[in-house]
Structures are given as C-alpha cells and as structure tokens.
Design a protein around this ligand. Structure first.
Ligand code: NCD
Length: 362
C-alpha cells in the first residue's frame, strides 16, 4: 500500500515491479491512460529550483486527465510571510489530492507527511533523498539498457561525483539493495564519499569498490551514473571550488569503455560531462529525463488507487517511531527550522539511533 513516497524503500520490490510494468505499458500506449486520473488535482510545492522533476510531474497529471496547482520558490507563496511547513501542507491538502514537495531541508517530505491528509511524494529533501529520480533511473536501466544490460542485477555500475550530497545517489543505492548481485564502483574524492547509512543495506548483497579515478574502472562498467558537485549544499564555497572539475567524462576516457555502456545523469549537468559526450550513442541522459514522465505517470496512478483521506496521520506515523529526548543536531535537518516538529528517531538500529527525518545519528 503506497500512502506516501518519502524513501524509495517505502515500496516493496513487488510493488516497484508492478509500477515498473505499468510504466512500460504507459510508455507504449499513453492514450489508454488519458482519463485515468480525471478530476484529480496534484499540488507541486517546489521550495527549491527544478526543471525535470516539476515539469514531468505536472505533465504526468495533465496527461492522465487531472490538473495541477502549486508554487515555484518561496517568494510566490505565504512561506515568504513566515508560514510553517505544517500549515502550508495542511492548507494545500484541502485543495489537492496529492502533494509533490521539494525542499532544501533534509527530512522535509517526511515532516510534511506527518501533517497531510493526502499522500506526500518526496521530490527531493535537501541532500537526503529523491526517490522519483531513482524510479526514473531504474526504469531507464531496465528498459533501454543495451542488450544484456537491460536488467537490474549482475551489473557493474560506476557512480561518480558528489556521493555525499547527491540525494539521487542516496535513493539509488537504497533501491539497489532490493536487487543485489551488482558491483558498485564509487568514484569520488575521500571527502565526497557516500555516508554509510545509505550503503549499509547495499553491502549485504552487492560488492562495493572505491575508485579514485574514472579511468580505473570505466572499462568494466555497464552503467556510469555521473552526478554534479552539489554547489548549493556546501557551507564553504572554497571547498566547492576545490571539488569541482575533478571528474570530467570526456571522449578520451570513453574510448576505454564498453560499446554497450549506458551513461546516465539525473541532470542538470555542469562541467562533469564534456559537451562532445552528448553525441555519443552511449549517452542516455536525455532519454532518461524523457522516461521520467512515464514512470511518474505510473506512480500517480498507484498513489491515487489508494488515496482515501488519512486521519491523524501525525499520530499514526509517529507511533512507528520512538520519541527521543534529544533534538537532531544536523544543521540541515528540517527540525532545525520547523521547531514544532516532534523529536523522533528510527527504531531498530541497536545502540545508535537515527533521526526519523534526516537519518543523521542522534
Ligand atoms: C537532481 C536533484 O534535484 O537532486 N535533479 C533532478 O531532479 N533531476 C540532481 C541535481 O540537482 O544535481
């Protein structure tokens, strides 16, 4: 049962496989679905910039026969007058049947889900998660991967760039723990390596190899997932300047890659991919962005299949977590700015507990 999509792993593998198959059918026969969400209203609350995610959600609901409302950036909404996330979400839930939310703070979508009577879809919560980008990524690998690579297991997958702050990377790694049998090559500087919390599940059934350069592993790869150094997440701009431009995929490096490699990127891209790579037939990132529309259409159909209004969601969800006396100390956590949020931690991690919103150690 899909009520909210905060973390990709809110879905079981079979729920995801159903969604994937629906996406394949929508891609083949979009007209068949043109009235599937007739009368539904989707709200897109984008506190942070977006092109692909926002427009593909908006196009998705329109193509399904529904409508869209929303805001872009806080300047055009009452958030600029100091309205809390809780109040905004409660109000918008009166006007819409589901809410897609993007916010710069980690855990914002989870926080919104505590107060919303309609499903919340996380379209990016700071540097934490971006589960619908992961749907797009898996859908792309599973549908257009060349020949033998059109599968989600048994692959050699390179992930390059800002693995510390890249929310698409975190969701992707969580999702691949549902499959297993892959080898991951983490290509990054030591200071931008992926936090352990996002790979502890992955380690159980996949191999992980740390690489200092693209050249070290490019010849082995079936998938190369490039990412942007996330400038907006750096408190120290000098550190960003040090990190950018270290990993650049160009024609020369690609000359050592397999013919059936697929190159993905969540986009927007900066200097990490040389413009000439766009013309290489292994570059699939524009196709990836296109496919995001169809898998988001599938997600909306599934979300609306269960959408009854939820009551007292705050109490219900919080009941699955443990109240904590300590407040999360992560400066990027939503609890730092939205002071009314309850202190709750994730259970089941032994001695250590993790903030239920942003997953930092408490
Ligand atoms: C990504 C994001 O917002 O996290 N973009 C996207 O949604 N496709 C990647 C990025 O901004 O680098």
């Amino acid at each position: 049962m899909l009520n909210n999509l905060i973390d990709f792993n809110d879905l079981s593998l079979s729920e995801w496989e159903n969604l994937f198959s629906l996406g394949v059918d929508i891609y083949a026969n979009p007209a068949k679905y043109s009235e599937r969400c007739k009368g539904k209203i989707l709200a897109t609350l984008f506190y942070e910039p977006s092109t692909r995610t926002k427009f593909s959600f908006q196009a998705a609901i329109i193509k399904l026969g529904g409508n869209v409302i929303g805001f872009d950036g806080i300047a055009s909404s009452s958030v600029s007058k100091g309205e809390s996330l809780r109040d905004t979400v409660k109000i918008v839930a009166n006007y819409a049947d589901a809410i897609v939310i993007r916010n710069a703070n980690e855990g914002a979508a989870f926080a919104a889900s505590l107060y919303s009577e309609v499903p919340i879809i996380n379209a990016g919560d700071g540097g934490h998660f971006h589960p619908t980008q992961t749907m797009t990524d898996l859908f792309t690998i599973g549908t257009i991967g060349n020949g033998e690579n059109k599968k989600l297991t048994g692959l050699d997958i390179g992930i390059c760039g800002d693995l510390l702050n890249g929310r698409t990377v975190h969701s992707l790694l969580r999702a691949f723990s549902l499959y297993g049998g892959n080898t991951f090559y983490f290509i990054s500087t030591p200071s931008l390596q992926v936090p352990e919390i996002f790979v502890s599940d992955l380690r159980k059934n996949n191999a992980i190899i740390i690489c200092g350069t693209i050249e070290e592993c490019i010849g082995k790869l079936d998938v190369l997932y490039m990412t942007r150094i996330q400038r907006e997440r750096f408190a120290d701009k000098a550190e960003y300047e040090k990190q950018r431009g270290i990993y650049i995929l160009d024609k020369e490096k690609l000359s050592k890659a397999k013919d059936d490699l697929i190159i993905l990127h969540p986009l927007p891209k900066n200097e990490e991919i040389s413009p000439e790579v766009d013309d290489d037939e292994r570059a699939k990132y524009f196709k990836q962005a296109e496919l995001g529309l169809y898998i988001r259409m599938a997600l909306l159909i599934k979300i609306f299949e269960n959408a009854g209004r939820k009551e007292k969601e705050a109490e219900k969800i919080a009941a699955g977590f443990i109240n904590s006396v300590k407040r999360c100390a992560n400066p990027k956590c939503i609890t730092q700015t939205e002071k009314y949020l309850p202190n709750i931690v994730k259970p089941g991690f032994g001695e250590v507990s993790y903030c239920a919103y942003c997953e930092h150690k408490i």
